[in-house]
Design a protein around this ligand. Structure first.
Ligand SMILES: Nc1nc2c(ncn2[C@@H]2O[C@H](COP(=O)(O)OP(=O)(O)OP(=O)(O)O)[C@@H](O)[C@H]2O)c(=O)[nH]1
Ligand SMILES: [Mg+2]
Length: 483
């Protein structure tokens, strides 16, 4: 690392410099101020993907409340969700001033009436802890011949991270991800994306083992080249079951428990299809309206899963909710978001801010544009943080070419268990500096040796870890605060 300071510090300084350069250009200056504000703000996470992939449902599942917004107009707009003291919604039409609309809540979520056809964006504020550090964006689906290609590309530059939902993870679906032009932007394009095989409970025609099959498909796909070039990881999730899990009520647990009291051979024929379940009559000891509600909340696969979980020990609402959240894939997705996005917020934001500086230099050419572009290049060239992020993703998906023990150490040294020197070295906080020196030195020695090994993937991974160790040693030399 030849540049002083870490990536976010350098990017922060560069944004300041760009603002000074465009001081006499109010439009560019205002735009850059907005970028600087975003840089300092919460993580901006988009949930996007194919039409009907379950994007809005997943947003509710991530918030843990029914926030999915329905409107009476064309659903061409996108919706931002952020935390606020009380529920409110603001509409941003094309070329008109934003204004507020009253927000209604019903069993299905939130509803806005009177949304104009030219609404570009709706900003929903909703009191929720999960929206405090992450702002969520729900988007219209990307179709194969998306007229909004440009819009999609712009959207991808406006957010720090993306969940891309597809019901199949097919090459055709992934082809809807807007292309990124070459250079460093393309090289870092996968860092902020997780692919989600959505509506996982419906995989293989909603068979009994649908969730398992979906998870297997995601695990296989995440090692295939067309997936690895576009995302950090691929996971299977049932947003429907995940949402039900996070909002499970006592009466719903009771209904599942009632089904669970029936002997398995008696219940199973009724769980073979939605029609059979609906037509079960008295045989399943639940009245038709409760059966229907349960179907709406969990789907047939979810009901099957929930009864199995109750039978195998989920004895109350909390236990069933926890187990459903795990089996739905939601818990794993939340962990991946925490690991790959939230914990790396500053690095992801740095990427977006660098793109913004590059963009303004191209869009508003002036005497200092070449200088700004050169600065972006310098910052990117010294950004070991991007390499670390790529390595952590490779380790998660077992693509790094390192055996078990080494992989765990690589993860820790690259900051996967936390970014401080203490966490990276796996030593207690407040350890004396000599101790840190010793550990970092020994680690560097070990990884210098690993970096000579034959397997190219493993060698590349080891080089990144070695660089992390050397960066720590340099940090210790400079006496930079280590917490
Ligand atoms: N079985 C099942 N159904 C789901 C799941 N997620 C969503 N759905 C259903 O699929 C339909 C579409 O869900 P949405 O969440 O509105 O999907 P979307 O991607 O936001 O749709 P658009 O915004 O219209 O592109 C609804 O009927 C949902 O109840 C899921 O995980 N499992
Ligand atoms: Mg939607």
């Amino acid at each position: 690392m030849t540049e002083p300071g870490d990536l976010p510090t350098r990017v922060h300084d560069l944004l300041g410099e760009a603002i000074r350069i465009y001081h006499d250009n109010p439009a560019a200056r205002g735009w850059l101020y907005r970028q600087a504000e975003r840089f300092a703000g919460p993580l901006r996470l988009a949930v996007t993907g194919t039409p009907g992939a379950g994007k809005s449902t997943l947003v509710s599942a991530l918030v843990g409340q029914g926030v999915a917004l329905s409107t009476d107009g064309e659903a061409g707009h996108r919706t931002w969700y952020s935390d606020g003291p009380q529920p409110r919604a603001q509409v941003r039409p094309l070329q008109r001033a934003p204004y507020e609309l009253p927000l209604h809540r019903d069993d299905h979520g939130l509803r806005l009436i009177g949304v104009p056809g030219d609404a570009l964006e709706i900003l929903v504020e909703w009191p929720s802890r999960s929206l405090r550090h992450t702002h969520l964006l729900d988007t219209p689906g990307l179709t194969a011949a998306d007229a909004g290609w440009q819009t999609a590309a712009e959207l991808w530059q406006e957010v720090d991270a993306v969940l891309f939902l597809s019901r199949t993870l097919s090459a055709a679906d992934l082809g809807r991800v807007p292309p990124v032009r070459g250079g460093w932007a393309a090289a870092t394009a996968a860092l902020h994306v997780i692919a989600v095989l959505s509506r996982a409970d419906e995989t293989v025609g909603g068979r009994v083992d649908a969730m398992l099959a979906a998870k297997q498909i995601a695990r296989r796909r995440r090692r295939e080249p067309d997936v690895t070039v576009m995302c950090q990881d691929a996971l299977a999730v049932s947003g429907l079951v995940g949402y039900a899990a996070r909002t499970l009520r006592q009466d719903e647990f009771d209904a599942v428990a009632t089904l669970g009291t029936l002997p398995r051979p008696e219940l199973e024929p009724y769980l073979l299809s939605v029609d059979r379940f609906r037509a079960a009559g008295d045989a399943v000891a639940l009245p038709a309206d409760r059966r229907e509600r349960l179907l709406g909340r969990l789907g047939l696969t979810g009901i099957r899963l929930a009864t199995t979980l109750v039978r195998s020990g989920a004895h109350d609402t909390a236990a069933l909710a926890e187990a459903l959240q795990r089996h739905s894939g939601l818990a794993e997705l939340q962990a991946a978001v925490a690991d790959l996005f939230s914990a790396r917020r500053d690095v992801l934001k740095s990427r977006v801010a660098l793109l913004a500086v590059e963009q303004i230099a191209h869009r508003e050419p002036g005497p200092q544009s070449a200088y700004l572009l050169g600065q972006v290049e310098r910052v990117v060239a010294g950004a070991h943080e991007f390499e670390e992020l790529r390595l952590l993703a490779a380790l998660r998906t077992r693509r790094a070419g390192l055996p078990g023990e080494l992989a765990m150490e690589a993860r820790r040294l690259a900051g996967g268990d936390g970014p401080t020197v203490f966490e990276r070295l796996g030593v207690p906080p407040e350890s004396p500096i000599e101790h840190l020196w010793e550990h970092a030195g020994a680690a560097a020695e070990r990884w210098r040796h690993e970096a000579q090994q034959a397997d190219p993937a493993g060698r590349r991974a080891a080089q990144v870890v070695l660089q992390s160790c050397e960066a720590m040693l340099q940090q210790l030399t400079e006496g930079v605060p280590t917490t």
